[in-house]
Design a protein. Sequence first.
Length: 460
Amino acid sequence: MTDSASNTTAGWKEGDRRHHWHPFTDHKDLSEKGGSRIITWAEGVYSYDSDGNKILDGMAGLWCVNLGYSRQELVDAAAAQMQELPYYNNFFQCAHPPSIELSQLLSNLSPGNFNQVFFTGSGSEANDTQIRLVRRYWDLMGQPDRMTIIARKNAYHGSTLGGASLGGMDAMHKQMRLPVPGIVHIEQPYQFELGPGLSAEEFGLQQARLLEEKILEIGADKVAAFIGEPVQGAGGVIIPPESYWPEIQRICDEYGILLIADEVITAFGRLGEWFGSSYFGIRPDLISFAKGVTSGYLPLGGALVSDRVAEVIIAKGGEFAHGYTYSGHPAACAVALASLRIMRDEGIVERVKDHTAPYFNKRWASLAEHPIVGEARSLGLVAAIEIVRDKGKRERFHKSLAAGPRCRDICVDNGLVMRAVGDTMIVSPPLIIEDSQIDELVEKAWKCLDLTARSLGEGR
Ligand SMILES: *Cc1c(COP(=O)(O)O)cnc(C)c1O
């Protein structure tokens, strides 16, 4: 077969099936279901496939297209930068205007104690960078035994070997014999699964204190850092009780361990704040970002480094032996600058906080009344519903029925992207979503839950 696609759905599907190895995909299952849906263009909050179907993108791509698909300014920023300087590196005592301006803007937008930005190409690379920053910091502090990073089960921190090790995904660990040494996991603050019967307050404190237990088990002088997503995303939009993060913060402070907030999803407006840490009152030492920083138009990530860490590594450290060819890629930085300026100048974060999120949260909560929904939860513009067989007993459908993936497939066939994490359905729409589109999202979700219930009928 030639590499010139035949510009038909069948031609693209055939090329895809033969040659294109997809991330996180069971290819046998994909081909049994008739192959990939080919997305050819998108506009606002909608994507369109090669058969002309219009799909409301409830996931903003992969949690990233926060400004929607139609921002000409982002396209123009990339084009202008590609004309001027399509590539240069920031190694060897060089820099270029976009990487400098973006590091300034990010420092201004971030909490006051953050004044250094290390750029990467993705969120996974940002978290790999965090591992190295943390280890370097403690070496330079004369405490090289502080090696262990504590993370959480069912966390997602990316898919490089470092990111997957920090993450707490069993399936990823099993296939790759991870985590790498020096990373351990504690249980997550997932109340629907782990804490029925407790008050939210009690459950939050109980799950946070698992960190203290782990620190004491390992020995405080051996623990380097704790990493967590303010709200776990890929694990199923797990929103911790309000008591959770303050207790985590207290424990990190008490034992002097560094706190890394993985804000790859929660930064830049998703929770109605520039950083999710601000929403929860977390005072991190290190912040990972990616995804929404460019609204997904080009790949970019990075680590925001607080003065506590930067002063030690920069002042005492000599060369920090780490970096990527695309650290601070000029076109990606130009798009990030344009994207963050639009968010700031159009007041998008404030609009999410004052208007869009409250409306969305109210509408989303109505899904809890559906007969197969055990819980509907949301915060800012991320949300989840738990599909159950028996609402009262919170009993799940049998695993073999794959209720979640079944619902996901029904959603896409009915013009809505809603993602399945097991039997938890999740959304994270573009921040620019309008009220009428929120109505459409919730109405479609309800209808698809009806269809899912009917298709599961025999299993009930
Ligand atoms: C997506 C994600 C990552 C990984 O980012 P990539 O750009 O896919 O490498 C890391 N952390 C969180 C919280 C994420 O959601």
